[in-house]
Write a protein that binds this ligand. Structure first.
Ligand code: 9MR
Ligand code: 9MR
Length: 583
């Protein structure tokens, strides 16, 4: 098709009023939860909620006063239909402005989001074919067996000189690329395991329709096990240290996994990777302990691996991963993602806390200063301290007396952090915690929104105060469409979602629809990819193009907090009054 013709037919395909004028959670709403949509540039007037066939108006209201969202240079108005508590499929119409695509109001409305986002990991599996029975049209041959991985010269040790062949199959591809990074796997697994531990009953019943669905392990743990088995192979059994990543020397082309056959290496061990490994394997040990019959010996081997990693890290407390420096000394040069964390005090805190929670040995609790200052940084791949706090807070009276002494202060700290997030949110143009500060918009901003949501869920769990839960829901609404771009940022969900993520399989598989259940990185004014963007304003700096790895890649550490947030809201919907007297 000529470009001109493509453009012309696109114009014809556009409805008179583009749907994205009405920015709302395109998946839907819980019956007794707040329900708002945001309109950009609309005059004062009425809005109507109609049945999907447009025959019946079930609710009418007045648009709110105009507000200025300075960061996006938008004039906004809110359509608030919280008072409507019926269930079904509806559209929101604003006479003269347009109408939304159909969305649902019902209990369990975000169940499909939690499941799709978890199934996203299945599609990221390395070393296995995806079969049509589970993967549908996205079935594909196996790629990256990773049974013949070379020890890179940077990783050489007496027992494993450069060129030694090791086997480290399975795991999830990190993102749009095909490499496997321990640091980023750390926060990813930590977040998924946190969902499991915070909401075990909910997690146990999740059916994901993955190859292991018929076995006697919860599907969430089956999926996590795919990555855990790989992680365990990233530890050098001779000394307990953990390789920073398993990678190609440079990024593969935009090809399917099976076509990407360049040599694979494990590179230098690092303190950050080793501590993240220690934290995750400690978590895994206590979670899989319950499933000793299904996974014999796993809990024990995870704990041994964790302790060996911890010992290595204590002996090597500052081995940072500096790819540029490494490339000056060793060949081949490595050009893939670096995850080069420069401070590991937080990784020490996280590993110590997880080992403490698993063993209840006070020696781990006192091994490092768990509370070095008053901060509660929002988790990301390079900042994992607050993951420790979530774990310690969860222990409650399961903690030893030593740790229990600190729990009141920890509770105060986590609530204060959540209060900080809440500030100004309710009165803001989009009524969301996310997006009030320009600093919210960085590489992977959507994960920031989801991690804010987790912080708010944690505060709700500690206080029972519904305000926190509603703000967490607001951030989920943000991710699903109530944001300045009007995109539902999860592939395959909603009515206006990313079509061209920077994701090799989605680009190379010849299907129009991208692989489903993947969260795009989101608005990022850094625009490090130098692609074409419609705007450089922080909340609008998003480009749904395969070129845009800085705003439109997907990544395992971004999907995980989405899984947590959607899962937690589903698990809490009746307790938090999102659904009252559910039928
Ligand atoms: O595809 C790569 C993506 O996974 C990374 O996040 C990104 C930043 O490290 O880099 C991408 O690879 C690009 C490379 O950095 C520069 N040349 C173009 C590559 C993408 O097509
Ligand atoms: O998420 C990472 C982001 O914080 C960094 O700024 C960016 C550049 O180093 O890299 C991101 O991680 C990418 C990784 O390096 C390679 N796989 C894709 C990841 C997501 O873009």
């Amino acid at each position: 098709m000529s470009t001109y013709f493509k453009y012309f037919s696109l114009l014809l395909a556009l409805p008179l009023h583009a749907q994205t004028v009405i920015h709302l959670d395109q998946v839907g709403f819980y019956p007794t939860a707040p329900k708002v949509a945001v309109l950009v540039g609309a005059p004062a007037g009425r809005f109507e909620l109609k049945t999907a066939d447009l025959t019946k108006t079930v609710f009418t209201g007045e648009l709110g006063p105009t507000q200025t969202y300075a960061l996006a240079a938008q004039q906004t108005r809110v359509a608030d239909f919280s008072a409507f508590q019926g269930t079904g499929t509806f559209v929101l119409t604003v006479p003269g402005q347009g109408q939304s695509a159909p969305f649902r109001i019902q209990p369990n409305v975000h169940e499909g989001v939690a499941k799709a986002a978890l199934r996203g990991y299945y599609y990221q599996r390395a070393s296995t074919a995806l079969l049509p029975a589970q993967a549908g049209p996205w079935a594909r041959p196996a790629g990256h067996p990773d049974t013949q991985v070379l020890v890179h010269p940077s990783a050489a040790s007496p027992a494993r000189p450069a060129g030694t062949v090791i086997s480290a199959p399975r795991g999830w591809y990190d993102a749009g690329d095909y490499n496997k990074y321990v640091v980023n796997s750390g926060i990813t697994m930590g977040t998924l395991f946190a969902l499991y531990e915070d909401f075990p009953a909910y997690s146990d019943q999740l059916q994901l329709h993955i190859p292991e669905s018929q076995n006697r392990l919860p599907d969430l743990l089956d999926e996590a096990l795919w990555n855990l088995r790989w992680l365990l192979a990233m530890q050098d059994p001779h000394d307990g240290g953990v390789y920073h990543k398993l990678t190609n020397a440079s990024f593969a082309g935009m090809v399917m996994p099976a076509a990407a056959q360049a040599p694979r290496y494990v590179v230098q061990k690092s303190t950050a990777a080793t501590l993240d490994f220690a934290a995750v394997t400690a978590q895994a040990s206590r979670i899989f302990r319950k499933f000793d019959k299904q996974t014999p010996g796993l809990a024990d081997s995870c704990l041994r691996a964790s302790q060996a990693a911890w010992t290595w890290a204590q002996a090597h407390p500052a081995v940072l991963y500096d790819q540029d420096a490494m490339n000056k000394t060793f060949q081949p040069a490595i050009a893939t993602g670096s995850y080069g964390d420069r401070t590991v005090a937080d990784e020490f805190i996280w590993a110590a806390a997880e080992l403490y929670a698993t063993t209840k040995a006070d020696s781990y609790y006192t091994a490092v200063n768990l509370y070095p200052d008053a901060q509660t940084p929002l988790p990301d791949w390079g900042s994992v301290r607050t993951l420790a706090y979530y774990t310690l807070a969860r222990l409650g009276n399961q903690a030893t007396p030593l740790a229990q002494k600190d729990l009141p202060a920890l509770r105060t700290r986590l609530l204060a952090a959540a209060d900080q997030l809440l500030k100004g949110a309710a009165a803001s143009p989009y009524q969301t915690v996310m997006g009030q500060a320009a600093s919210d918009f960085q590489w992977g901003s959507n994960a920031r929104a989801a991690n804010q949501g987790i912080a708010l869920v944690q505060a709700y769990r500690l206080s029972g105060n519904r305000r926190y839960l509603l703000a967490a829901l607001g951030n989920l609404d943000y991710l699903l469409g109530r944001n300045a771009t009007g995109y539902c940022f999860v592939t395959g969900l909603g009515s206006h979602s990313p079509q061209h993520p920077h994701h090799r399989p989605s680009e190379a598989d010849g299907l129009a629809a991208p692989v489903p259940g993947l969260l795009a990185g989101g608005p990022n004014p850094g625009q490090q990819d130098h692609c074409t963007y419609a705007s450089s304003l922080p909340p609008l700096s998003y480009s749904d193009s395969v070129c845009s790895y800085a705003s439109n890649e997907i990544a395992i550490n971004w999907n995980a907090p989405l899984v947590y947030l959607a899962g937690a809201l589903e698990a809490l919907q009746t307790k938090g009054g999102l659904v009252k007297g559910a039928k």
